[in-house]
Structures are given as structure tokens and as C-alpha cells.
Design a protein around this ligand. Structure first.
Ligand code: ADP
Ligand code: MG
Length: 320
């Protein structure tokens, strides 16, 4: 076995009981943003850090990025303690911050070269143009930053995070405010990086993004981890299913006889019933619907999605 492979860590990032309390400002009390976060991000995964606004996602990311000072606990990047060997630890990650902060006086290619210098990447090993090309910014390499669209600036931030070829790429809300076409492009690029061995960590409040892209997911809420496991097993945790019935005749309201069920009428005319597979069989539900005089045109059952799990664990409807 090659020597390097033996030294690869099991986890790309680990947090041990990590805490952060922001000091109170302008008469406000101190804010405990992280209340002892412990989690392991498996090497090679596309890991989703999911949680409602204010959950503490950016705080956690920014501690690993070296932008926020933690007030308790420990952290490792690529098996290296972030306090004992900060430079070595930081060399292993590239972080794309949530806020767009690009120096307006540098062109994209200068910006990348500067970043490479900052990380001590030797000139012959730099690949600024290659990275710009991969991010679809080749023809903007020498443009004024103020002429770049919001989407281009976001891609430039990703490019900057990649200059030192880190094995871990962390993206904080990469697709917030990004149009669907560009979001697709970014997802594809993220998948490609991951296929080439880069561990991806992304925070998002778009549940469908986490569901489509991530293989492992942590949900954090009020500074605490409420779930951290493989996406599939997370979704399987819920024994909830949904029955969607298309009635032959349009219903004006959910019949009173069905008021004991979690039934709602949707705008497209379908009657949607959420049920627990442990408590109810679909046959019995259909009987109940029929006994109200509803003739069924069509029906289907649906597995729960991440959205249902998320609401169950955080009591928060988000992502839409
Ligand atoms: P998320 O990224 O999940 O939306 P944040 O990590 O940005 O959450 O914020 C977590 C909590 O910490 C929020 O209540 C937020 O208001 C607070 N917070 C974040 N940054 C600061 C700061 N610099 N000073 C004081 N409070 C902050
Ligand atoms: Mg955030």
C-alpha cells in the first residue's frame, strides 16, 4: 500500500464539543451560538450541514476557516488539531464564505495569484487559468471585478478556495441567490471535484439541495446537533408516508369524516393524507376515503423526503 494512503485520515473534519459564545453587543446579552457541537465528516463524502437560519452553521464553518475564535472544545482538519498546528490544518481546507468579499482592485486572475502566494503555492504549481476555466470564468480572467455578475463573483470565490488544491472544500450557502442554471453547474462541478477525491462540506437551507447532492447530513438547530448520519438512514428514520388521491369530482373541502386524519386539499384538487405506516395501512385509508362517497380517479403513495425529517427534528419549516 502506498505510504500516503496509510496516512489518510478517516475523517476530513472533526469537531469535539465545540462551543462559541459571542460577546453581547450594544447592551445585548452574550449569544451562545454553539452549545457543544460534536461531529465527524467522513473523508470523501459530500456532507451537508443543514439547519434553519441562526442555527450556527456559519459559526462552525468560520471556526474551521480561522475566521471565528471558538470559546470551547476542539477541532481537527485532516487529522490535524486546529489550535496546535493551525497552518497545517488550514492548508487542508478551502473555504467559500457566505458573504461575497472580493477585492475590487484585483482582476480574477490576479485575485487567484494573490491567494496562491498567500498559501505559498510555488509559481510552477499554480493553475489559476485552469481553475478559472473550470468555473466558466476564463473570458473574465482580466475583467474588472465590478463588471462581474453576482453569480460570477460567487464562482470566483470558489476558484479562490481551490488555488492550494485542498483535499476539503467547504462551501457556506453556495447557491443562495444563485439562479437555477448556475446552481446546476455548481452542483455538477462539486460532484466532479468529489469524484476526484475532494471531500465537500456544504451548508444550505435548501433541503432539496442537501437531498440531491449530499450523502451524509448533519442537522443543527439552536447550536446543537440533532442528527448526523447517512442521508438514506436519516430519511428512513421517519415511518411517515403520504397518500395522494385524485378524486373524480372536485372536493370543496376535506370531508368531516376524515378530520381524524392528517388530510389536506391541495390547489391541484388532490387530497393529500400523511400517515404513519406503523399505525395505519394504506388499504384502510382508502376504505375511509371511499366511505365518504369519494370516487378515486388515481392514487399514489410517497416516501418521506428530507423536508419531513427536517420539520420533525427542528419543528421548523424551512428551505422553501
Ligand atoms: P447560520 O449560519 O446557521 O444562519 P450563524 O452561525 O450565522 O447561523 O449564527 C448563529 C447565531 O449566532 C445567531 O443567533 C447569530 O445571530 C449569532 N451571531 C453570528 N455572528 C455573530 C456575531 N459576530 N456577533 C454576535 N452574534 C452573532
Ligand atoms: Mg450562515
Amino acid at each position: 500500500m502506498p505510504k500516503l494512503a496509510e496516512n489518510l485520515p478517516e475523517f476530513a473534519i472533526s469537531a469535539f464539543d465545540m462551543e462559541k459564545t459571542y460577546p453581547g453587543q450594544k447592551g445585548l446579552p452574550p449569544k451562545q451560538a454553539l452549545k457543544g457541537i460534536s461531529l465527524n465528516i467522513p473523508r470523501g463524502s459530500i456532507f451537508g450541514l443543514l439547519g434553519p437560519n441562526g442555527a450556527g452553521k456559519s459559526t462552525l464553518i468560520n471556526i474551521f476557516a480561522g475566521l471565528v475564535r471558538k470559546t470551547g472544545g476542539r477541532g481537527e482538519i485532516w487529522g490535524v488539531d486546529i489550535d496546535k498546528n493551525p497552518r497545517q490544518a488550514r492548508a487542508a481546507i478551502g473555504v467559500v464564505p457566505q458573504e461575497i468579499n472580493i477585492d475590487p482592485f484585483f482582476t480574477p486572475v490576479e485575485s487567484l495569484e494573490f491567494q496562491a502566494g498567500f498559501y505559498g503555492v510555488p509559481k510552477r504549481e499554480r493553475r489559476s487559468m485552469e481553475i478559472l476555466r473550470a468555473m466558466g470564468l476564463e473570458d473574465k480572467a482580466k475583467a474588472y471585478v465590478r463588471t462581474l455578475s453576482g453569480g460570477m463573483k460567487r464562482r470566483l470565490l470558489i476558484a479562490k478556495a481551490l488555488v492550494h488544491s485542498p483535499p476539503v472544500l467547504v462551501l457556506d450557502e453556495p447557491t443562495a441567490g444563485v439562479d437555477i442554471e448556475l446552481r446546476r453547474q455548481l452542483w455538477n462541478y462539486v460532484r466532479e471535484l468529489n469524484a476526484n477525491g475532494v471531500t465537500i462540506v456544504l451548508t444550505t437551507h435548501y433541503l432539496e439541495e442537501a437531498q440531491e447532492l449530499c450523502d451524509t447530513i448533519a442537522i443543527i438547530n439552536h447550536g446543537e446537533v440533532v442528527a448526523c448520519e447517512a442521508k438514506d438512514s436519516l430519511i428512513k428514520r421517519l415511518d411517515q408516508k403520504t397518500l395522494v388521491i385524485q378524486p373524480q369530482k372536485e372536493l370543496k373541502e376535506v370531508p368531516a369524516a376524515l378530520s381524524g386524519l392528517d388530510a389536506t386539499l391541495h390547489a391541484d384538487g388532490s387530497l393529500v393524507i400523511r400517515y404513519s405506516t406503523a399505525k395505519q395501512g394504506v388499504g384502510g385509508l382508502i376504505e375511509q376515503v371511499r366511505s365518504c362517497g369519494i370516487k378515486i380517479d388515481d392514487l399514489q403513495t410517497k416516501e418521506p423526503g428530507l423536508e419531513e425529517v427536517f420539520i420533525e427534528l427542528t419543528g421548523n419549516k424551512s428551505g422553501k
